[in-house]
Each structure stands twice: as C-alpha cells, then as structure tokens.
Ligand binder design. Structure first.
Ligand code: NOJ
Length: 549
C-alpha cells in the first residue's frame, strides 16, 4: 500500500479570485497570506495555487511569459518568498502550478522564434506552409484550428489551447533542460510540490497527420514519450519524494496507473476527468443534459478499483477553476443546498486517494447565474459563445449553456463575508459576485457547527484519525442501483460503509444483518433513527451516511 499522501488534503486557490489585499478588484499573494489562518483552521496540509508567474493573462496565468518572475498583478518575488515562509510556519506545503505543455506567445523563447531564430523555433512546433495549407485538421481545445499562421515566417505554429499559448517541443532536449531549471529554482525556494498542467499531452507524434476520426487528440494524448519525459524530469530535479500531481486530459486508466505507481518514479497522483463528463451529450461539453448517475458510478468503480489493483493513486475532486460548482451541477442548490453539498463532499472524501478542495467548495458556493455575455471573462467561454451562435443557437440558448458550463462559474470571488463584494475586495471585483453571498460565506459558516464548512473540517479530521479512510481498501456496493453511490472501506479489523443518495428523493437499500450493529460515523441529517426500517436502510434526499463496524 502506498501511503505517502494518503492522509493529506490539498486546498486549491485561484489567486485572482481568492482575496484582494490592495483594493484593485483582483486577488493577490498578500491576500493569500492574510487567509492562511483560515486554511489552517480548515485543517488542510497543502495549498496549491494556480499560476502567479508573469503572464499576459489571456488564460489567467496558464499562459506563462516568464517562469522566474511573479506577475505584478499578484505581487512581487518578495511576496512569494513570504508566502512560502508563512505556509511553512503553519506546516502547510505550497504547491506551484507548472504549465509546461506551452508558453505564452509573449515568452522570450517564442518572441525569439518569431524574430527568426531557428534555435528557438525548435522550442515549439513550427511547420512551413502556405496560408491556406493548415498542417493538420487538429482542433484547439478552446475552439477553432490548433494551428496559427505567421506570415512573416511563412510558417504555422501549434497551439492546443489558445492562440496565445504555443505548444513546447518536448522532443528537443534543450526544452527539457530549461524546464528542469524552472523546477530546481522553485524547489530551492522551498515549495513543497508541483501540479503539472495538462502534462499528458506533452509528447507529440513525429509525423503530424490529419485526424480522420476526431480532433487530433488521439495522436498526442498520453503520447509515446510521455512516461520517458516524466521520469527524466523527476529524476533530474530530485522531486520524487515531493507531492506531484499531473493533470491528465482525456487519459486512460492504464496510463494513470503508470503515472502514479511509485515504482515508475513519475508522479504521486493524477487528476482524471471522466467522471466530470457524465453531463456532456456525446462528449460535447457545450450541451445541456442531466448527469448520468449510472455512468458516474461505473467511472468511480473503474478508477477506484483499477488504481487500487495496480498500486496507482487518484487525486479525488469535484471542483477546480475549470469546472462548474458541484452543488449546482450534481446537487440541488435550491431545495437541498446544505444536504447535497455535504453528500457530494463525503462521496469523494471517503474514497481512496488524496482529496482536493477548491476554494469556496467548503462553503457550498454555487454557480454564478450570469444572464448577460458581458458578465463573462473566460477566454474559452467567450470563444464558445461565438461558436454556439454560429451553430444557430439563439443568444438565450447560448447563455443558458454558459450559465451551466462556463469556467467562470468557479472563478467568482471567494465569499468571505456578508459585506460589500462578499469581503473579497474594496473595489469592484474583476468578475461579479453571485447574489447569494449574504447567506453563503466563510464568516457565517465558520461559526456554525452544522455548516458545510464544518462538515469539510470533519472530513479532513476523519482522514487523519482513521487509517481505514486514508489507507483502507475499497469495494463498491449496490453496483446496479443508479441512485446510490455506496462502498465499503476496510483496513485490518476496521470497516466503514458509506452510502450516498445521489438523488433528491427518499430511497431504500437492502440492509445486511451485521450493519445493524454498526454505529454512525458521519451523516448530513441530525436524526439518524430514521434510517432503519426493518430490513431496509432508508436514505433521505441527498443523504450521506457512513457506518462504522
Ligand atoms: C488546464 C488548466 O486547468 C486550464 O485552466 C488551462 O486553461 C489549460 N490547462 C491550459 O493551460
């Protein structure tokens, strides 16, 4: 059993929306420092901040122009050093976000490539061609072609993301050396771990060809040299004992086992996203369908059991800065806000893996509920709004899709209090605050013992108290019942059974005789006497119930 990070919990901060310390409407590093005691109070072990490096911010920092400089919008290098020190003082490890698949087109390497320096053109994928001869039909993940033409060079360059994010050529050893230098620099500064952005798409094929079956992803996803490159990066920078998490786009279980099995000496764990596509119609994110609960269960079964059998390790999560808020997505923010937010929390925190909490998730923050395109800021959402209109959708239909799918849903300012701008900033925030901040905020919830915040705190405590949660095996129950996500965790003589009613209706499951002797460890309804009805276990709307042997 691997246990390095099994009892740890990571908290993700999106700095632009976390806390503004200098009154410019955007969050910053000093703001993060101000809130470290809040994070310590919650009980987390690591703080992952999304990128704060120099960047034109076309993709809010995932377009890095200099890996060694701090974006002045977030502060200075002195602020960063202070953040590392203040985290260390509180025994919180800082995790930095390494965006190594691409750089901003503002990066010096790309600028030198544009100026005609062959050496730097080889840092990226430049292909000769005429303006009407796009090298392949690959699509950018943010919409449109993945190639952009540079007339002055008579070449195309590859960008799997925005046109301002040019893909780096990892087959060039000089690129790999440059990236190792970046890791060493930050490691020496005292950061405790790294998150690697879309790291499974770094290995591109030798020959670029049209994808007659899709958008090109099958040629570069978990590409042929990716494991080799990761092993080299990890070995040459000496980060094998640090916490490292790879963000894996459209990956496979087989590859994630290799990325995270300690014997492979690649990463500590993986983010995979299949479970967050169960509300995509035929794989299309920009569609509106109800989540397919059976598909969700099957994916958890596959990934939990598959990783367990092969000594792999999952990062457990529902939310991040790219995903709509989970309580709006799979819970019921109107009728059962508190119950459903707690159930969803328990559903992943009680599993095998390392849980991640995204800022505001611990408060049950909801989607933004914007009604006008002028309220959106995200490059992907703005691109897709145009694409949806060009596909014939009306403005109302396109806005309805954005209201449910836009990444801005998770990027709204952190709701600290019932004061102006939710206590996030004295100035107008860069992105609008949801109207519900007077009811949903940290000041209120930290005082209430039955708040969503208190429930998350308890989940973190339990992971530290009970090896059966951090290190136990997992086996799924009620596998054919789409309404309930249920599993058994076991470790030596300890055993816990976890039931999560995924629906807003009352449901029952068959009791095993021995469960009658079990006691309640955790639940989201105060009265548990209502649970047993003869041979049946009754679960109320969105109820989560953990029973301990
Ligand atoms: C994944 C990041 O989480 C997302 O925010 C970003 O836009 C893409 N990678 C590109 O870097």
């Amino acid at each position: 059993m691997r246990a390095d990070f099994a009892d740890k919990v990571v908290y993700q901060v999106y700095p632009k929306s976390f806390k503004d310390s200098n009154g410019d409407g955007e969050g910053d590093i000093q703001g993060m420092i101000q809130k470290l005691d809040y994070l310590k109070g919650l009980g987390i072990d690591y703080l992952w901040t999304t990128p704060v490096f120099l960047s034109p911010m076309n993709d809010n920092g995932y377009d890095v122009a200099d890996y060694y400089k701090i974006n002045p919008q977030f502060g200075t290098m002195a602020d960063m050093d202070m953040l590392i020190r203040e985290c260390n003082k509180r025994e919180i490890g800082l995790i930095l976000d390494m965006v190594f698949n691409h750089t901003s087109t503002d990066h010096e390497w790309f600028q030198r490539a544009l100026a005609g320096e062959k050496e730097y053109q080889d840092y990226y994928f430049f292909k000769d061609g005429k303006p009407d001869e796009v090298p392949t039909n690959w699509q950018s993940k943010f919409g449109g072609s993945a190639w952009e033409y540079v007339p002055s060079l008579e070449k195309w360059y590859l960008h799997l993301y925005d046109v301002s994010q040019a893909d780096l050529n990892w087959e060039n050893p000089k690129v790999r050396e440059e990236l190792k230098k970046v890791i060493r620099f930050w490691k020496e500064k005292g950061v405790k771990g790294f998150r690697f952005d879309v790291i499974n798409v770094i290995s591109k094929p030798e020959i670029f060809e049209n994808d007659l079956e899709g958008d090109g992803r099958r040629f570069y996803t978990d590409g042929s040299h990716v494991h080799e490159h990761l092993k080299e990066l990890v070995a040459d920078t000496g980060i094998e004992d640090m916490i490292t998490v790879g963000e894996m786009s459209s990956t496979s279980l087989e590859n994630c086992i290799r990325y995270s099995n300690p014997e492979e000496k690649e990463l500590s764990m993986c983010f995979s996203f299949h479970h967050l596509k169960v509300d995509y119609k035929d794989g299309d994110k920009w569609s509106l369908i109800e989540p397919d609960r059976m598909a969700l269960k099957k994916l958890f079964e596959k990934w939990q059991e598959g990783m367990q059998q092969n000594n792999g390790w999952n990062a457990l999560f529902w939310c991040n800065h790219d995903q709509p808020r989970i309580v709006s997505r799979m819970g019921d923010e109107n009728r059962c806000w508190k119950e459903s937010a707690k159930m969803l929390a328990a559903a992943v925190h009680m599993m095998r893996g390392t849980p991640y909490i995204y800022q505001g998730e611990e408060l049950g923050m909801t989607n933004a509920h914007y009604t006008d395109i002028s309220q959106y800021r995200d490059v992907e959402s703005l691109n897709y709004y145009e694409i949806l209109l060009s596909q014939g959708k009306t403005k109302e239909e396109a806005l309805k899709i954005l209201a449910s799918k836009s990444r801005d849903n998770s990027r709204t300012p952190m709701q600290w209090s019932a004061e102006k701008n939710a206590g996030f900033s004295d100035a107008d925030p860069w992105l609008g605050v949801p109207e519900n901040y007077k009811e949903i905020n940290a000041e209120k919830e930290t005082k209430e013992t039955d708040s969503i915040y208190s429930f998350y705190r308890r989940l973190i405590e339990l992971r530290k108290e009970k090896k059966v949660i951090s290190e136990g095996s997992i086996e799924f129950l009620e596998r054919e019942n789409a309404d309930v996500l249920a599993y058994k965790r076991a470790y030596e003589k300890e055993e816990i059974i976890v039931f999560n009613n995924l629906t807003g209706k009352e449901i029952t499951v068959q009791m095993q005789p021995e469960w009658k002797e079990y006691h309640k460890l955790l639940g989201n309804y105060p009265d548990d006497s209502a649970n047993i009805d003869g041979e049946k276990l009754v679960l109320r709307p969105y109820e989560t119930l953990s029973l301990e042997a």
